[in-house]
Design a protein around this ligand. Structure first.
Ligand SMILES: Cc1cc2nc3c(=O)[nH]c(=O)nc-3n(C[C@H](O)[C@H](O)[C@H](O)COP(=O)(O)OP(=O)(O)OC[C@H]3O[C@@H](n4cnc5c(N)ncnc54)[C@H](O)[C@@H]3O)c2cc1C
Length: 386
């Protein structure tokens, strides 16, 4: 889709495309088949990304980041969506929640992530608490001025072993009119601290080579300066800084869908059966038409959400709509593309099966489709007092 965009954004887009042509696309097959990004390659991507100003481009200039506008970030996220997280996550965009760092935390965590000296993980999900984040069992117990962290996290993802994790844990309970509610606190936890074990976890078939980590905490002692934001306000900190996360998932789904649709269209135009291109059979051609329509709608939803966020009017339901619509749009296009390719769609020789596998994750992480629908439903019923 051609967004009406500024000259600056056009230049940015051509830089990003050239960067991807050189550093991501040539390595996709190797990374998928070996399930690894060689450390040397990852570090090379990291260094080049810094050189051309893409590293930490999402963070403001005051902290040394690229200070890109949301519309510029939209273009990047959409473009990066065409390749695998295993590769583009090396060209890092550190999590914006680090902007909540205060005092010494800025030198210890935020600034080293901007320069690439440190890498972080965002650790919310637990084996027994996925969609139901409030069901978390990780706890922080007060001990004098310190906190003692216990519990575990899984599926915590990143390109490589991190230097620290932003860990969410329950630090007490509040009485509310709807019953007791956990107080959740975000802690900055350094890898290497006594009692903190961080190791590679199970491997996902989506984005092979993008690692998941398993974290466990056994009486990990943390000083009060390790709290990010305020005690008991972990979700508020996350919500304040991570509002665009689901929109960027949507943008990335659009990029991937475009790539897949291009491949399916070319195949439908060139593969012949019964003496004609298979795209001329309505059953095949209409899949392309439906894909093109839903992709356009998805792109417009992302652009609309970006505009809403810039105006300060984007709601949780807006973000949920983008996440669920774009990821499901991608799922249908990826599945149709396999169908259009017939048996070849499942063969390792072609990238279709990989893109189909990669697409599947988008309906699950950052809140499943079902959870997004709950958010949307709640926003509708609330208007009627239900
Ligand atoms: C590759 C990968 C990387 C990830 N990276 C991170 C990361 O960096 N940090 C992090 O914190 N997490 C991460 N996650 C975790 C991810 O966000 C969770 O997997 C996701 O939120 C779903 O949780 P779950 O897997 O426990 O599924 P569950 O919560 O067990 O859900 C299973 C099914 O039940 C459905 N379900 C659950 N509750 C309801 C309900 N109330 N109504 C209807 N249906 C419901 C779900 O929609 C889903 O279909 C990652 C996951 C993967 C696979």
């Amino acid at each position: 889709m051609n967004f009406q965009t500024s000259h600056e954004n056009e230049l940015l887009l051509s830089t990003v495309r050239a960067f991807m042509e050189e550093n991501f696309f040539p390595h996709e097959e190797m990374v998928d088949s070996t399930g690894e990004v060689p450390e040397e390659l990852g570090r090379e991507i990291e260094a080049k990304s810094r050189e051309i100003g893409l590293y930490a481009c999402n963070l403001p200039e005051e902290v040394g980041g690229g200070g890109l506008s949301l519309s510029a970030q939209h273009l990047i996220e959409r473009e990066y969506g065409k390749t695998t997280h295993a590769l583009h996550s090396w060209a890092a965009r550190p999590t914006e929640i680090l902007l909540a760092c205060e005092g010494d935390q800025r030198e210890r965590y935020l600034l080293p992530c901007v320069t690439g000296e440190k890498r972080e993980l965002f650790a919310l999900t637990e084996p027994e608490a996925g969609s139901d984040a409030m069901g978390m069992r990780s706890t922080g117990r007060r001990d004098g001025d310190d906190w003692i962290l216990n519990g575990s996290k899984h599926f915590i993802s990143g390109p490589c072993m991190p230097d620290f994790a932003i860990v969410f844990a329950a630090t007490g309970e509040d009485d509310t009119p709807r019953g007791p509610r956990k107080r959740v606190t975000a802690f900055l936890v350094d890898v290497g601290l006594p009692g903190f074990d961080c190791r590679e976890g199970t491997k996902s078939v989506s984005y092979r080579g993008y690692k998941t980590f398993q974290l466990s905490f056994e009486d990990v002692r943390l000083g009060p300066e390790q709290i990010l934001g305020e005690e008991g306000r972990g979700f508020e900190v996350a919500n304040q800084w991570l509002g665009m996360g689901r929109i960027w998932v949507g943008a990335s789904c659009c990029g991937k869908a475009e790539r897949i649709l291009d491949m399916a269209s070319e195949w439908a135009a060139t593969r012949r059966q019964f003496g004609q291109p298979i795209g001329r059979f309505q059953a095949t051609g209409f899949r392309l038409a439906d894909g093109a329509m839903t992709l356009r709608a998805a792109d417009l939803m992302v652009a609309d959400a970006v505009a809403r966020h810039e105006r300060g009017t984007m709601s949780d339901a807006d973000a949920a709509m983008v996440k669920v619509f774009c990821s499901e749009m991608l799922g249908r296009i990826a599945d149709d593309a396999v169908q259009i390719h017939g048996g070849m769609g499942l063969m390792e020789e072609l990238p279709i099966q990989r893109l189909w596998r990669d697409s599947r994750l988008e309906r699950i992480w950052d809140g499943t489709s079902e959870i997004q629908r709950h958010i949307i439903t709640r926003s509708i019923l609330r208007l009627y007092g239900a």
